[in-house]
Design a binder for this molecule. Structure first.
Ligand SMILES: Cc1cc2nc3c(=O)[nH]c(=O)nc-3n(C[C@H](O)[C@H](O)[C@H](O)COP(=O)(O)O)c2cc1C
Length: 262
């Protein structure tokens, strides 16, 4: 039976962003009235610490990251946002590309995520391990940029994390030759069904971690902490490993700090 929405509920649903009416497969941009969002403006207020001031923050970027992450994690709403979702940028042959991944752990050595080593990002990181992660937490008007080099994380970490994932997620990852062409969704569903049958026949342990699936750790060499302010005079505090950069002062653990203009 087709899903039917109660009329009162239906009326409350706003039109899709960017389109005045629900687009169909044959809708073109010229058929629709563009939505004017020039004037959308949200006030930036950070109740707990209105400004990001050098004298109020720890002078160690990994500790500051931990404080910010814990702060936003305490306010997370899993229905709407995954605060550990992070944009990961790679650059190969002068062609940058970015995609979201889920940060799965962090420690002073770096930031860990899991993926398929033969995916586009995996192939690009193999050629050029320099990468950038960008966290954006609109609820607290904060953004963190982390730049560094990635290394493959130990296989035991990947095994441990793989085995902790729900069966459906393991099957999904195993069924997907990530970033490669596939003839249809049906082909993917077929692989999934096969793996589900295997798990039924031989137990969940049969859904083993593929060899090409594993973790990376991004080892930071540069951090930028950004805190939005409503008057657009945002705060930006940078930590770098380089003593040579203009305006830096030495802080903890071999890091140098500076404020940069917004
Ligand atoms: C919120 C979010 C989280 C994601 N997390 C991961 C992840 O942890 N690992 C992963 O391989 N792909 C993840 N993806 C999918 C990637 O964004 C991307 O489509 C996929 O990894 C293939 O990217 P590539 O072709 O650049 O390698 C996530 C996507 C979203 C939107």
């Amino acid at each position: 039976m087709a899903l039917r929405l109660a009329p009162s509920l239906f009326q409350k649903i706003p039109p899709p962003i960017g389109f005045a009416s629900v687009p169909t497969a044959t809708t073109t941009m010229s058929d629709t009235t563009p939505l004017d969002f020039h004037s959308w403006r949200r006030e930036y207020k950070n109740g707990e610490s209105p400004y990001l001031l050098e004298e109020n923050i720890v002078h160690n970027p990994t500790t500051l990251f931990d404080q910010w992450f814990r702060n936003v994690a305490a306010q997370r709403d899993l229905m709407f946002e995954e605060v550990n979702a992070v944009a990961l940028s790679t650059c190969c042959n002068n062609r940058p590309s970015t995609r979201m991944v889920l940060l799965k752990s962090y420690c002073p050595e770096g930031f860990v995520f899991y993926t398929n080593y033969t995916s586009r990002k995996g192939r690009e990181l193999e050629q050029n391990p320099n990468a950038c992660m960008l966290f954006f937490w609109p609820k607290v008007h904060r953004q963190i940029r982390v730049e560094g080099r990635v290394e493959k994380a130990p296989v035991v970490w990947a095994e441990k994390y793989w085995n902790s994932r729900p069966l459906a997620a393991r099957i999904g990852s195993k069924a997907s030759d990530q970033s490669r062409p596939v003839d249809s969704r049906q082909v993917l569903e077929g692989r999934k069904n096969e793996l589900e049958r295997l798990a039924e026949d031989q137990g969940e342990a049969a859904i083993t971690k593929p060899e090409m699936w594993g973790g990376y750790i991004l080892k930071p060499e540069y951090f930028e902490f950004w805190q939005g302010q409503s008057n657009r005079l945002h705060d930006r505090i940078v930590f770098t490993r380089s003593a040579e950069e203009e305006g830096v002062k030495k802080v903890e653990d071999g890091w140098f700090m500076k404020r940069i203009c917004p």
